[in-house]
Design a binder for this molecule. Structure first.
Ligand code: SF4
Length: 378
């Protein structure tokens, strides 16, 4: 059993001040970071709370009843989130993913989705609005989310074996209810539904084939995620990582797979299609994805920014600090100043943690702890 680390310092306190560049950074939709990567994908965490305690993300020993969750007054309001989203869109964002914690715990989230759905990209196109959920509330909410303008959902499910899943979510939540949520999302037209399974060696790798069999030919896209060293509390160890190459091999022992092209630049998943009798991809059988942040880093195309629930801009999932945009919002800054600050921050971005992981000391030499995934979303 790996050693858990109780966070001594609440890194949420140490926000970076958002710059006020003397030369405004115009919002042209063509912004690039220091490595030439555009800003296309914004992940917005709408709550730091969750009703699960998945041990690779929000271990119960740390995130207990005494954990200092954010007071409601600290959270960005829906109007503030939408105002910030407008500035990110002006810089080129085309896709918004709502995350958490568990985003469906945020009351009236449909109101936010409705506001975001009214926005248009710099090319006048509707935004691609999606949401990542643990599925626990999806059966009840799917229809309303769709009606509000949500396009797609990604549901986390780490196994079909009820005992394994209950152990991993650590709140005794049954698989059946998540499957019901997936069915409701599909019935509401929130598709294609994606299912994310975090694979942790020694915990659930025996669930890989049952999951693949279950979702093959169902229209649901199953993705296997390598267990990551996110945050500072999950006690991550490399020997608990099952490389994606092994996952693909395990599936191929029974179900033939063929490699597929990426669908978009910056896509995190490597796609594999189920082959038919002719050995070629059979779309009716569908596909899987593997997301390999540990063994096959994909930082070179990373076009993702993350906004925490209290308005901090993080430039990488493995960052330690974020830029405080809420002070600009609540301090009277106008939209041009806020857009300029976002532009200046992105222009200076050179994050590529996963590419550097193997060569970095445990705390990346900064002494600062990495931000928790439950705080800025996956
Ligand atoms: S490690 Fe950071 S820079 Fe690399 S892909 Fe992940 S979020 Fe992007």
């Amino acid at each position: 059993m790996s050693e858990r680390v109780i966070p001594l310092v609440d890194q949420r306190v140490a926000a970076l001040t958002a710059p006020r560049p003397t030369q405004p950074v115009p919002a042209t939709g063509l912004l690039g970071d220091a490595l030439g990567r555009p800003l296309r994908d914004l992940r917005i965490s709408v709550t730091d709370r969750c009703n699960f305690r998945c041990n690779y993300c929000m271990p119960k020993e740390v995130f207990d009843k005494d954990y200092p969750y954010l007071p409601h007054s600290a959270l960005l309001t829906f109007e503030e989130i939408t105002r910030l989203a407008r500035q990110f869109i002006a810089h080129g964002v085309q896709k918004i993913r709502l995350t958490g914690g568990e985003p469906l715990l945020r009351k009236n989230i449909e109101v936010l989705i409705d506001q975001l759905a009214a926005l248009r990209t710099v090319d006048g196109e509707p935004l691609d609005i999606t949401l990542t959920t643990n599925g626990s509330l999806l059966a009840r909410k799917a229809r309303a989310l769709k009606d509000a303008g949500l396009r797609r959902v990604t549901v986390s499910l780490d196994g079909l074996d009820d005992a394994v899943f209950r152990r991993m979510n650590d709140v005794d939540f049954p698989v059946a209810d998540v499957l019901e949520g997936i069915a409701a999302a599909r019935a509401a037209g929130l598709g294609p539904v994606k299912v994310n399974m975090v694979v942790k060696r020694g915990t659930n790798e025996h669930e890989i084939l049952p999951m693949a069999r279950h979702f093959r030919g169902s229209g649901v896209v199953l993705r296997f995620i390598e267990y990551m060293d996110v945050g500072a509390t999950n006690g991550w160890r490399m020997d608990e990582v099952l490389p994606s190459a092994d996952v693909v091999q395990i599936i191929r022992t029974e179900l033939p797979l063929v490699p597929l092209e990426h669908t978009a630049t910056g896509e995190t998943a490597e796609r594999w299609g189920y082959a038919g009798a002719d050995g070629r991809h059979d779309p009716a059988l569908g596909e899987i994805g593997v997301i390999s942040s540990v063994t096959q880093a994909f930082c070179r195309d990373c076009n993702r920014a993350r906004l925490s629930t209290e308005g901090r801009l993080y430039l990488c999932l493995f960052a330690s600090n974020g830029y405080d945009l809420r002070s600009l919002l609540r301090g009277g800054a106008d939209d041009t100043a806020i857009a300029s600050a976002i532009g200046a921050i992105w222009q200076g971005r050179s994050d590529r943690y996963s590419e550097q992981r193997a060569s970095l000391p445990p705390d990346a030499g900064t002494g600062a702890r990495r931000v928790e995934m439950s705080y800025i979303g996956g």
